[in-house]
Design a protein around this ligand. Structure first.
Ligand code: ADP
Ligand code: GLC
Length: 505
């Protein structure tokens, strides 16, 4: 086999599991580098050092020296750097220590209100990631940016860092995990970016008289990708583009879709330490029965095996269809079913579902907050997993559900549509139940179909479970696709001749 031409890769992101995570972005940044390293590449990761990053637990070490980060009109700012390793591998991860920006309880917000200096916090992260290369004497081939937080990196590489010794010829890949959040700020942010006002125009960073950091990334990145193929097409439409569909369409030929993988070391019912009874596809029936009982006990619901139990684990926001669950829930609970929710998010939802739990103590339970163990228990103990998202770039929980033999009930959008196959009662094919319209009625009808299947179609239930458990979404496969994109990006940025000399292709 041809030896691997080792690539140097820098991931710059706002979260990485298990150190700091709010959603799937953290899962991806915590997992993908591990699999790229297994392919032989030199991968490094940089994120902020929030208070939640536990220095002792992970044995993080403060590096000598200080990073000097030019913040335009604010002047130079300084930060320390901690170094650690992603668990279970040798990938180095760096944490930017800046008390004023990151010494806080949460990553992005408190009480539903984003921090007012998020613009400076993440511009700082983006610039510090580039300065870090100097400190480490690291010459990345590709800098891999994620979402709006680090989306300005490609524009920095095209401007103030164009002739930088370390990163000047680095290609960039911007992964779009979510188009809703774009980093929209007042024009004065241009003075902090320090790349010149000429970039404040509608062909560049400006959108509706504001600086739009994500737009800057879409314009400048060498290549772009989304986390499912479906979402790559969707964001070129007005329904899913959040106002940037035209900008995305202009770059359609540089946009790819790569479905996320699942970390099966973490999400595997045969090895899961959080669940009451571990099980495989051969023991799924008895295993799930024990886990269901445990979940019912944990959440104070009557222990019954003869009733279908529906589970949700999610941020409680409109994206996840929390509003249509709220609208449909009385109708759903009129059936003989149980329903559990684990999540937090918009304050209205905390109150609303708290009231529902009080009104239907025998049927509905919710846990407001973030709880890793309970998330695993729901995946294993529920009969169906519910994900009625209004949009879903990839979605990880439906993939976890499939692995746990818990058929997902999903709205057919983005990654949910790509990863779940609709149940066919005659052929006994498919692994989940899908609906299309974003309405409470469509959700209710599909939950009704699931309940009917639970009560009346044991062969169908068995097929749904087994078909899901057979499916695999591996990071190995995704890492190979990313590797190909990195090579293409290098070719674009450094030219054909460089590429031929380097890779002999
Ligand atoms: P998103 O990133 O849009 O929130 P994903 O499905 O990609 O959606 O990823 C969500 C991740 O966060 C999953 O790993 C899920 O288990 C986890 N998660 C979400 N809410 C909670 C919660 N309340 N407690 C524990 N884990 C949660
Ligand atoms: C975002 C998306 C989610 C995706 C995750 C990881 O948070 O909302 O669908 O799975 O990123 O890529």
């Amino acid at each position: 086999m041809k030896p691997v031409e080792k690539l140097s890769l820098l991931f710059a992101a706002s979260e990485a599991a298990p150190f700091a995570k709010e959603g799937g972005l953290g899962d991806v940044v915590g997992a993908l580098p591990k699999y790229l390293a297994r392919l032989g590449h030199d991968v490094r990761v940089v994120i902020p050092r929030y208070y939640s990053v536990n220095l002792e637990k992970y044995g993080l070490r403060l590096l000598p020296g200080t990073l000097v980060v030019p913040m335009g009109i604010i002047g130079h700012m300084y930060c320390g750097v901690y170094e650690g390793r992603l668990p279970g591998c040798d990938v180095a991860i760096y944490f930017l220590e800046h008390e004023q920006f990151y010494g806080r309880a949460s990553l992005y917000q408190e009480d539903g209100q984003g921090y007012l200096d998020n613009d400076n916090r993440f511009v700082f992260l983006s610039k510090a990631a580039l300065e870090l290369c100097k400190m480490l004497d690291f010459h990345p081939d590709v800098i891999h940016a994620h979402d709006w937080h680090t989306a300005i990196i490609p524009a920095l590489l095209d401007t103030t860092y164009l002739h930088d010794r370390y990163v000047g010829d680095a290609a960039s890949l911007l992964t779009l995990h979510n188009m809703q959040h774009q980093g929209n700020y007042y024009p004065g942010l241009m003075e902090v970016l320090g790349i010149g006002w000429k970039h404040f125009n509608y062909l560049d960073l400006e959108k509706d008289d504001q600086v739009n950091l994500l737009k800057g990334g879409i314009k400048h990145a060498t290549l772009l990708n989304t986390v499912s193929e479906g979402y790559a097409s969707e964001i070129q439409t007005a329904e899913y583009g959040w106002g940037l569909e035209d900008v995305v369409r202009e770059r359609a030929s540089d946009l790819y879709g790569i479905l996320n993988g699942v970390d099966y070391d973490e999400w595997n019912p045969a090895k899961d330490p959080f669940i009451a009874k571990q099980y495989s596809d051969r023991t799924v029936k008895s295993g799930k029965a024990a886990c269901k009982k445990d979940l019912q006990q944990q959440l104070g619901l009557p222990v019954r095996d003869d009733v279908p139990l529906f589970g949700v684990v999610s941020r409680m926001v409109k994206q996840k269809g929390t509003d249509i669950i709220a609208e449909a829930i009385h109708r759903i609970l009129a059936m003989d079913v149980q329903f559990v929710m684990v999540g937090n998010g918009e304050p209205w939802a905390h109150f609303y579902f708290g009231d529902i739990a009080a009104a239907y103590p025998d049927k509905f339970a919710c846990y407001i907050g973030y709880n890793e163990a309970l998330a695993h228990k729901v995946e294993a103990g529920a009969d169906f997993f519910v994900m009625p998202s209004s949009f879903e770039p990839c979605g990880l929980n439906q993939m976890y559900s499939l692995a746990y033999g818990t058929p997902p009930v999903v709205r057919a959008t983005g990654g949910l549509d790509d990863s779940v196959e609709n149940f066919d009662e005659d052929a006994l094919t498919g692994d989940g139940l899908k609906f299309h319209q974003l309405t409470a009625t469509a959700l209710f009808d599909t939950i009704g179909w699931a309940a009917y299947t639970f009560y009346n179609n044991p062969a169908g239930m068995k097929a749904l479970r087994k078909n899901g458990m057979k499916k695999r979404f591996t990071w190995e496969e995704a890492a190979l696709k990313y590797e190909a994109l990195y090579r293409l990006a290098i070719r674009r940025r450094r030219g054909e001749e460089y590429f031929r000399n380097r890779f002999g292709e």
